[in-house]
Design a protein around this ligand. Structure first.
Ligand code: SF4
Length: 337
């Protein structure tokens, strides 16, 4: 896409990051002071953003419609947006991960046409609920605008000043640890979600359109064992993914792979997640960080065989155990292996 001229880039960009056209959000790149600019979103505004002069924040919600949705993961934990992408994929939607401006990630969904924000939000909430992260922030934050507010803006990707620093950029969809080399080529190949897909998901999952939470029609009892049976990862695994380990890397890799498998991640995304994770490890006694072939081998082993154990009794897992985990009280009963 390097042959795309400036007008073409602005046109392509606006086709994704669009909403209200009479107001936008911005901040001072030096002081961080945020303000609302009640002025038209002109090509000049977009150009200044892409050049890194003045950031552009988009108010996605227009009436009760939106052309995009973003989930804001404010932790530097790549496994979370990857899990969202996997959840979206299970529903036949492509989601794209952006490294946000200072910390964390945005997972974006783009729609073929303006869709009801309520429907987009309820589907995103369903995916987040399945992940065990129901309170993650979603943009747009509301289902519709009232006459008094513009809603909330989200800082748009590709702010020129931050792109060279690897922020506000999309990652490579097949290799999320890497920043996509050609952001324009990626925008060009993004697959947008048709409105009927949202309808199909809402219908098949029995979701009720409710402004504040996902409500399922089913009257089945709620699964009260999230670490074993839902998308949620138990506290020990979340901490390990966030902090890395200092010993028993292979055992830990194997157990992490089992948890990510249970969370619904396909094998290739699990390998990507673990490859990023091992960089956080600080092996004791001068040992090396385990290699990619070793990670692959441990992950494949965990996926090919029917392992389900949480590994609570493994010293490297137990070191991160947290009493808040529902399994903690059952741990002594030998549920793990
Ligand atoms: S009981 Fe402890 S070690 Fe086992 S899954 Fe929960 S937090 Fe992890």
């Amino acid at each position: 896409m390097s042959n795309l001229n400036t007008a073409g880039k602005i046109r392509l960009y606006k086709s994704f990051f669009t909403g209200l056209d009479n107001v936008y959000g911005t901040y001072d790149p030096d002081t961080g002071n945020v303000r609302q600019a009640k002025e038209p979103v002109t090509d000049e505004v977009i150009l200044k953003h892409l050049k890194g002069i003045q950031p552009y924040g988009v108010y996605l919600l227009n009436g009760d419609k939106t052309k995009a949705l973003a989930v804001d993961f404010d932790e530097d934990e790549l496994a979370l947006p990857i899990a969202f992408v996997a959840g979206a994929k299970r529903f036949g939607m492509f989601s794209y991960i952006e490294r946000s401006k200072s910390k964390g990630f945005h997972a974006w969904l783009f729609f073929e046409e303006p869709v009801e924000a309520k429907k987009a939000r309820i589907v995103a909430k369903k995916i987040l609920a399945d992940m065990g992260k129901p309170n993650t922030e979603i943009f747009p934050k509301q289902d519709r605008l009232d006459n008094l507010s513009y809603g909330n803006f989200i800082n748009a990707p590709l702010f020129g000043k931050l792109v060279p620093k690897g922020r506000t950029v999309f990652v490579e969809p097949g290799e999320p640890v890497k920043v996509c080399e050609d952001q324009w080529e990626l925008l060009h190949r993004i697959q947008r979600v048709p409105a009927i897909r949202l309808d199909a998901i809402i219908q098949s999952c029995g979701l009720k359109l409710n402004d504040t939470e996902v409500v399922s029609k089913e009257t089945e009892p709620v699964d009260h064992n999230p670490p074993e049976h839902s998308f949620g990862l138990p506290p020990c695994i979340r901490r390990i993914l966030s902090e890395g380990v200092t010993f028993d890397q292979r055992v830990c890799t194997f157990r992490l792979a089992i948890h990510l498998k249970k969370a619904g991640l396909p094998l290739d995304l699990t390998i990507v997640t673990l490859t990023a994770w091992v960089q956080k490890n600080k092996p004791a006694d001068g040992k090396e960080i385990i290699t990619e072939p070793e990670i692959k081998s441990q992950a494949e082993y965990a996926y090919k065989n029917g392992y389900k154990g949480c590994g609570c009794e493994e010293p490297v897992i137990e070191a991160f155990c947290d009493d808040s985990c529902p399994l903690a009280s059952r741990k002594n009963g030998g549920l793990s292996k």
